[in-house]
Design a protein around this ligand. Sequence first.
Ligand SMILES: CC(C)(COP(=O)(O)OP(=O)(O)OC[C@H]1O[C@@H](n2cnc3c(N)ncnc32)[C@H](O)[C@@H]1OP(=O)(O)O)[C@@H](O)C(=O)NCCC(=O)NCCS
Length: 364
Amino acid sequence: MQNEELSRWRQLEPSQIQERLRLSPAETQRWTDVPDGQASAGVGSVALPADHAAADLIVQLGVDRADVPRFLATRPDMRRDPELYWLLDRCCRWLIDRMGRPDPAYHAWPKIDSAGLVGEFLYAWAFLAVLPAVRRYHASVGLSEDESWDSLSALGRELRDSHTGTGLGPTWMLPLVFSDVSFRLGRLAFDQRAPAANTHPVLMPGEGSWNLHVPGDGGPITPALCTASMVRAVELSRRLSQTAVVFCCHSWLMEPQLQDHLSADSNIVQFQSRFDHFTDSRIADADPIHYVFGRELAGVGDRTAFRDQLPQETSLQRAIVAVLKSGNHWHTRTGWSRTAARPDTGSRPKAPAERRASEGEAGR
Ligand SMILES: CC(C)(COP(=O)(O)OP(=O)(O)OC[C@H]1O[C@@H](n2cnc3c(N)ncnc32)[C@H](O)[C@@H]1OP(=O)(O)O)[C@@H](O)C(=O)NCCC(=O)NCCS
C-alpha cells in the first residue's frame, strides 16, 4: 500500500467532509477544531482492534453474537472511506482530549446516514478504538470491573434501541460514556456536568452537578437501589476530587401529576420525592408515550385514535391515557437534590394542594 494512499484522508478539506458526509457547517467546524492529540499521531494511528478482538469486545458491550459479522463488515478503511476515516480520527481525538472533563456544550453527535452502514457504525468503531484509555481511566478512579463494563454497555443498549437495526442514531450519551464523564453505578446512571455559571437557579457559583438517568434495562427503581446508586455516585465524586454533588434529573418521571395517579408507595412517586426543587417544566406528551408504551407520537395523525388503542394494563399506562383524555398534558421537569439519602419525609408524597403551592417556581 502506497503511503500516499494511506494518508489521503489527511489531505481532505473540511468542505469535502461536509459535502460527502452531509454534515452541517457548525458540525463540520466543531470537528475541524478538535485539537491535535495522541490519537492522530502518525499515519493510521487510530488503533482499531483486530476483528477477533473487536468481536469479543462488541459482544461484551451488549451486542448479540449473531450481529457480529454485520458489525465487522463495517470496519472503516482509510483508502476506501477517506472522509469517514477523517471523522473517525476526529472522534477519537475528541474523546481522548475530553477524557474526564465534562463538555460544557453537551451536544449530540449526529447520525451519519449518508455513507451507508460504514457511516452508521462509525462512532461504534471510534468507541472501540478509545476503549483501552477509557478502561484505564475507570480503574484509576476506582470503578469496579462490573461498574466499568456496565457503563460501557450503553453502546450495546443504543445499538439495540436504534430501531433501525443498522447502527447508531444521533447520540449524546455515548460521547459522555466514552470520554469518562458518564457512569452506570448499579440501577442508575450519572454524568458529570460542567460547573455552573454565576446565575444558576440552584447551584452556587462554581458548583458542579451530576445528571442522573434512569436506564430502561434494570427493572424497578426501588428506593434501596436508588439510594445505593446515589451513595456510590457521591463516593466516586470524592475520588474525582469534587467536594459536592448536587443531583439533577430531567425527566418525565418528575411530572407532578404522577402523584395524583400512582399509589404513594410506587417507586416512581418515591423517586420523585427525593427531589425538592424543580425547574425547566416543559410540555412533553411524547416522553411517557415513548418510555412507557415504546411508541412515538411524532407523525401520528389521529391522536385520539392512537391514544385509544394504547394498552391499559398498569396504573401508569392508565394514568398517561387518562391525563391526555382530560385535555391536559404531560411534562418533563428538572428535579434537584442535594442528598443521596432518601429524606425521611420522602416516602410521604405531598398532597396535591401542598404540592402545587411549592411548585410556583416551576413556571408551568
Ligand atoms: C422508571 C421505571 C423503572 C419505573 O418502574 P417501577 O419501579 O416499576 O415504577 P412504579 O413502582 O412506580 O410502578 C407503578 C406502576 O406503574 C407500572 N409501570 C412502571 N413502569 C412502567 C412501564 N415502563 N410500562 C408500563 N407500566 C409501568 C408498574 O407496573 C406499576 O403498575 P401497577 O400499579 O398497575 O402495579 C420504568 O418506568 C422504566 O423502566 N421506564 C423506562 C426508563 C425511563 O423512563 N427512564 C427515564 C427516562 S427520562
